[in-house]
Ligand binder design. Structure first.
Ligand SMILES: Nc1ncnc2c1ncn2[C@@H]1O[C@H](COP(=O)(O)OP(=O)(O)OP(=O)(O)O)[C@@H](O)[C@H]1O
Ligand SMILES: [Mg+2]
Length: 449
């Protein structure tokens, strides 16, 4: 845990400044003499020392000016000092409701004022239309605030003016201000993804040479995607990013390979379990996916979509409304996958469900087959490489040749064999323990020893 105490004096200065600016705007706006006011001149933003605090550093790193700082502070206030925005809850007495020009919205449990783009425009532009257009530029996709994921606009209902979008501060930025460091996002309703890590390394991975070759292609690409595109003059024709599909029976190393690719390149791999993201409510699946892609944009992450068949399995001829709904979700995922500038890996057991239109968009399709006898022997030996608690009678070659099991199943056998040895008060695992474990695994597939 980080115990650094963050210097908040820059933030305090900034809050005082924001309060001043807001009060000035209210004064000028409601006393109808606003033509004359240039708030950036009347209340210049305080000078901050970037070494002083994370907030000051962000302002300096991105060279944020008056407008960006106002937007940032507005979005921040509900989190750190909600009462600063209380003056915005003013009612228009003539209409008996809030002022449309101030915008804002109410949360479900937060009782204070939550700002929208309209609120920012009210402060920065008053009723000056050309200034309002300048404010609109702050909210464009390409602008630093949005591009770097510092703030997010959330349009609550389609067809409504863009300025009615809520102004939301990213979770990461908020943590940066509070702790001085960026955290890896945790699994949450807005971010249904989990960081994957593995203790294993490449030398533990047992794959046939063709599969290894495909995996190496991905790694080569990842080492220098920009250079590859540029050197070969392909920037215009090829989309950035790399999309791979891993398919094959359970326990053959798909998830492990994705983790190892990330580990080799020191990139974070986030696993999104599609079976948990897919919702029966219309529009909800897309919203869940959007949460992941929005956060992942501009980060050097590998997105690993696991259990892809839970989405594709739903697909059918669009005969009923449910199927049409499923098709929409798939199109949405496809679109986001295609536009994503980083690496996306999809994993599935049932490739048959994934149609040609989808497959075409992937740079590689890698089939993870069941290991053959030689590979199984390597897997067995690798699994017990760090133990000397094996009885002399254990013969890996024999069981490797005899029983067709995937790497994942071997793990279960090993665990069971160890438990069985302990239960029988032995401190060595015997061939018999392994055979008993194998028997249980085979039974899952309806087979016997
Ligand atoms: N090819 C392999 N090489 C080395 N170890 C393997 C291999 N395949 C499986 N394993 C072992 O089995 C574990 C489970 O495999 P993994 O989760 O990667 O399978 P998967 O193909 O993703 O299965 P599923 O389709 O069920 O998700 C791995 O963590 C690893 O310990
Ligand atoms: Mg898996």
């Amino acid at each position: 845990m980080n115990n650094t105490i963050i210097d908040t004096s820059a933030l305090e200065q900034e809050i005082t400044w924001l309060t001043n600016v807001c009060e000035r705007r209210f004064e000028s706006y409601f006393q109808h003499n606003e033509q004359d006011v240039d708030l950036s001149e009347l209340c210049p933003a305080p000078k901050l020392d970037p070494a002083q605090s994370p907030y000051a550093k962000v302002v300096s790193d991105y060279s944020f000016g008056f407008s960006e700082r106002i937007v940032l502070m507005l979005a921040l206030m509900p989190h750190i000092r909600p009462q600063v925005l209380d003056l915005f809850s003013l009612q228009n007495a003539a209409l008996g409701r809030a002022y449309s020009e101030i915008g804002g919205w109410r949360g479900k449990s937060h009782i204070g004022f939550l700002p929208t783009c309209e609120t920012a425009s009210f402060i920065l532009a008053g009723s000056n239309l050309s200034k309002r257009f300048a404010v609109a530029r702050l909210f464009k996709e390409g602008h630093t605030l949005i591009r770097n994921g510092i703030i997010k606009l959330d349009q609550q209902a389609s067809g409504e003016p863009i300025f009615s979008a809520t102004l939301q501060l990213s979770h990461e930025f908020l943590q940066l201000l509070a702790d001085g460091e960026v955290h890896k996002p945790d699994f949450s309703a807005n971010f249904p993804a989990k960081l994957m890590q593995t203790q294993l390394s490449w030398s533990d991975l047992v794959l046939n040479p063709e599969v290894m070759d495909e995996v190496n292609n991905i790694v080569t690409w990842l080492r220098q995607p920009q250079e590859i595109l540029r050197n070969w003059g392909l920037e215009k024709s090829l989309k950035p990013g790399y999309r791979a599909m891993f398919y094959g029976p359970p326990g053959t190393g798909k998830t492990l390979t994705a983790s190892l690719i990330g580990k080799a390149l020191a990139l974070d791999v986030y696993r999104i379990d599609l079976s948990m993201v897919v919702s029966k409510y219309i529009g909800e699946t897309e919203k869940n996916l959007a949460g992941v892609f929005d956060q992942a944009q501009n980060k050097n992450w590998i997105l690993f979509f696991d259990e892809a068949d839970s989405l594709f399995g739903k697909r059918n001829q669009a005969s009923s409304s449910n199927d049409r709904h499923a098709n929409q979700e798939i199109s949405y995922l496809l679109q986001r996958v295609e536009d994503f500038p980083g690496v996306v890996i999809l994993a599935t057991n049932l490739k048959a469900n994934i149609d040609a239109a989808f497959a075409r968009r992937f740079q590689s399709e890698v089939y993870f087959a069941m290991p053959d006898a030689i590979q199984r022997e390597r897997l067995w030996k690798g699994l017990f490489a760090n133990t000397d608690k094996l009885d002399k009678d254990v013969n890996f070659r024999e069981i490797a040749e005899r029983y067709e099991l995937a790497g994942g199943a071997l793990l279960n056998v090993a665990r069971y064999a160890a438990i069985r040895a302990v239960k029988n008060q032995r401190n060595l695992i015997t061939q018999d323990d392994l055979l008993a474990g194998i028997g249980r695994e085979l039974m899952k597939d309806g087979k016997t020893l």
